[in-house]
Unconditional design. Structure first.
Length: 228
């Protein structure tokens, strides 16, 4: 048991300074502001395809924050830990929630370019977002009360979508989508807080990004129905 505990401690990233913690806590504001500006600038010239430069800016910003406070060697440390079967089970259930959307709109999957973009997004985005929103914030807020630790990053995570992609995507401004993001964000944050692992979260996030037809939503080729 002593050797196992030592191994887990060796895998943990070094403690962050107060300055680094403040930077992390404020970084979502900078990230969302940069994304919003990118969306407005590019949507004026290339319309909804602004999602591509926006995605690159969004990913680059999160990676920059992760690298500046933890270093490359520690970014994926949380993927070395096992999540446990309960986390995998709940993660799969959460991940399958949007799949009826995909199954009911398979007829939209006829463009090879969009399919490639969709799969690439689903493979890359969960690793970066989970490392930033759950892994990094889980570390920074580890000593906070549970409700605050779960809610703080989740509010920004949910707000990032309408404030960035919502500039040009009707579906990304859907309040029901924001509610769903809040629920998933809290569930994923709770899983990381309990397991200190991002494995099941990332797989669950991949399933969500596939099932919600993200690229078609960004391009307004699929607009989720809104209940008034």
């Amino acid at each position: 048991m002593i050797e196992k505990s030592s191994t887990l401690r060796d895998q943990d990233p070094p403690a962050l300074s107060s300055r680094q913690r403040r930077f992390v806590l404020l970084s979502p504001i900078l990230l969302i502001a940069a994304g919003h500006l990118t969306a407005r600038v590019f949507s004026a010239s290339i319309g909804a395809w602004a999602w591509v430069p926006l995605q690159l800016v969004y990913w680059s910003g999160m990676i920059a924050v992760l690298y500046s406070v933890n270093g490359l060697s520690n970014i994926f440390a949380a993927y070395k830990r096992s999540s446990g079967w309960r986390s995998w089970s709940s993660g799969i259930l959460i991940g399958l929630i949007p799949w009826p959307i995909l199954l009911l709109h398979l007829s939209l999957l006829h463009s090879p370019l969009l399919i490639v973009c969709w799969i690439a997004l689903a493979l890359i985005n969960p690793f970066i977002e989970e490392s930033y929103w759950r892994g990094l914030f889980g570390e920074v807020t580890a000593r906070w009360p549970a409700w605050a630790a779960l809610l703080y990053p989740t509010l920004f995570f949910a707000a990032a979508h309408p404030l960035q992609w919502g500039v040009f995507s009707v579906g990304s401004r859907n309040w029901q989508m924001v509610v769903a993001l809040m629920i998933m964000g809290i569930a994923w944050s709770a899983t990381y807080r309990q397991t200190r692992s991002l494995r099941s979260n990332t797989f669950s996030h991949m399933l969500v990004d596939l099932g919600n037809m993200s690229v078609w939503v960004f391009l307004n080729l699929y607009i989720p129905p809104t209940r008034h």
